[in-house]
Write a protein that binds this ligand. Structure first.
Ligand SMILES: [Zn+2]
Length: 457
């Protein structure tokens, strides 16, 4: 039984799926104004661990992670640099996917981008207006917070208190300062889309409501993200989605803690940002993962490079034990069920990765002892399977898995080798057929005197 802490109830609860054997999960992703830093990647690794563990426990998981590719800061950046906002977004999305892959973060099933779901967003807003939860003011559309009776149930905020602190920007025409924008009228020089309320663009909160519903349905199992998103972002998502459907939105809300740099939130405006790409130039991806997983996902991490460096010792030990085990000949036999049980106990308890890692480390010490004292190939073969099973669930030392990505490349190489032999035998009919069919797959073959090369068109 998997237990997880639900921000909505403030309790650790036993996970019960909405549909047997299935988990639908939405994790708020990056607003692509800024290159991915290690704070961003913490939410992604948390989501990855949860997904991997559910899958290991026999569930089929559908994970959706969005990209917010339109917002004030992206527009600002486009204005400053003179680049198209789409180009800025694309570059950052590509970098995010690249570093995610390096860190063994399994791909989400869907990576929706806000600007590709304008229609769903507009339909959502239109229905909210129809149901009386939203109103048009000038070319803007606002959500009327006072209409949603349980507003504040996730964050514990009290509406009357929020009203006192709320500020209205000079260009806003809200009925109430706590109302939030669903659709923003365009300003000079900004990107816009046609809508029933005039040219404009979506607000931030509505995109997650619209896209999560589009991919996962009106009610789904788990909604995740950084704890800084609890208010207002996730509170507003609940107001929008439950306002529209009258049904519960997400059943479990899972939030990861901050990753601070020397006590301060990592933010570009303060200038204390460490980009994932830069870290990966120095440290092995497994070391970075070990570092993140050595703190429980709900606890804050205060980032110091020395602490990351400390993980290298653990990484080396595990690498060494895996190498020794890889030298043992023979088929793998059953896992050590007692160890797996300890591992599961830790992970069942709200994905307690520090505890799971301590099971792994202590087990690897045992394995070293077996090697030194009484090398027993049966026990070692079992240890090999046990260790790689646990490490796999945590996405550690799984680089062989990634070779599947280049499986296509290997197949093309193989086809080319066969084709070369055919050409040597002057079987030009068949060899040309291979070339033409590959071209249809956007793969271009170039024949030189000595060999043939290929490239993607
Ligand atoms: Zn979101």
């Amino acid at each position: 039984m998997i237990k997880l802490y639900n921000t909505l109830t403030g309790k650790k609860e036993t996970f019960k799926p909405l549909k047997k054997g299935k988990v639908g999960m939405y994790v708020c992703g990056l607003t692509v104004q800024d290159r991915p830093h290690i704070g961003h990647i913490r939410a992604a690794i948390t989501g990855d661990i949860i997904k991997r563990y559910f899958e290991y426990s026999g569930y089929a998981v559908t994970l959706v992670t969005n990209f917010t590719d339109i917002d004030d800061k992206i527009i600002q950046k486009a204005k400053e640099s003179g680049e198209d906002f789409r180009k800025i977004a694309r570059t950052i999305i590509n970098e995010y996917l690249e570093v995610s892959d390096k860190l063994n973060i399994q791909c989400a099933d869907y990576y929706p981008e806000a600007t590709k779901h304008i229609q769903e967003i507009q339909e959502f807003i239109a229905k909210l207006i129809e149901k009386g939860f939203a109103y048009v003011s000038g070319g803007d559309v606002y959500y009327e917070v006072s209409k949603f009776k349980s507003y504040g149930k996730l964050s514990g905020k009290i509406l009357d208190e929020l009203r006192v602190g709320a500020r209205v920007e000079p260009d806003e025409t809200k009925r109430n300062p706590v109302d939030f924008v669903l659709w923003k009228a365009t300003k000079e020089g900004e990107p816009w889309w046609e809508s029933p309320w005039g040219r404009g663009r979506p607000g931030w909160h509505i995109e997650c409501s619209a896209m999560s519903m589009h991919y996962l349905g009106e009610t789904f199992d788990i909604h995740g993200g950084g704890e800084d998103l609890i208010f207002p972002h996730h509170e507003n998502e609940i107001a929008q989605s439950e306002g529209l459907t009258g049904k519960p939105f997400a059943k479990y809300w899972v939030h990861n803690g901050f990753l601070n740099l020397r006590g301060e939130k990592m933010s570009k405006s303060i200038g204390n940002v460490i980009f994932v790409r830069d870290i990966l130039k120095i440290y092995n991806p497994d070391t970075v993962r070990l570092y993140m997983l050595s703190t429980h996902y709900r606890n804050p991490i205060d980032y110091y490079e020395e602490r990351l460096k400390e993980q290298e010792g653990g990484y080396e030990r595990l690498k060494q034990v895996l190498f020794l085990l890889s030298q043992i000949e023979g088929d793998e036999i059953e896992v050590d069920s007692k160890i797996i049980e300890l591992f599961r106990e830790a992970m069942d308890d709200d994905f307690n990765t520090p505890k799971a890692l301590s099971v792994i480390y202590s087990y690897s010490r045992t394995v070293f002892e077996i090697f030194e004292n009484e090398p027993d190939s049966q026990r070692l073969l079992s240890a090999r399977k046990t260790l790689s099973e646990m490490l796999g669930v945590l996405g550690l030392f799984v680089s062989e898995e990634k070779e599947h990505v280049s499986q296509d490349d290997k197949l093309i190489d193989l086809l080319l080798a066969v084709r070369s032999e055919l050409r040597e035998k002057k079987e030009f009919g068949i060899s040309d057929k291979i070339r033409d069919n590959l071209r249809k797959l956007k793969i271009e073959i170039e024949d030189t005197d000595k060999a043939s090369r290929w490239k993607r068109m």
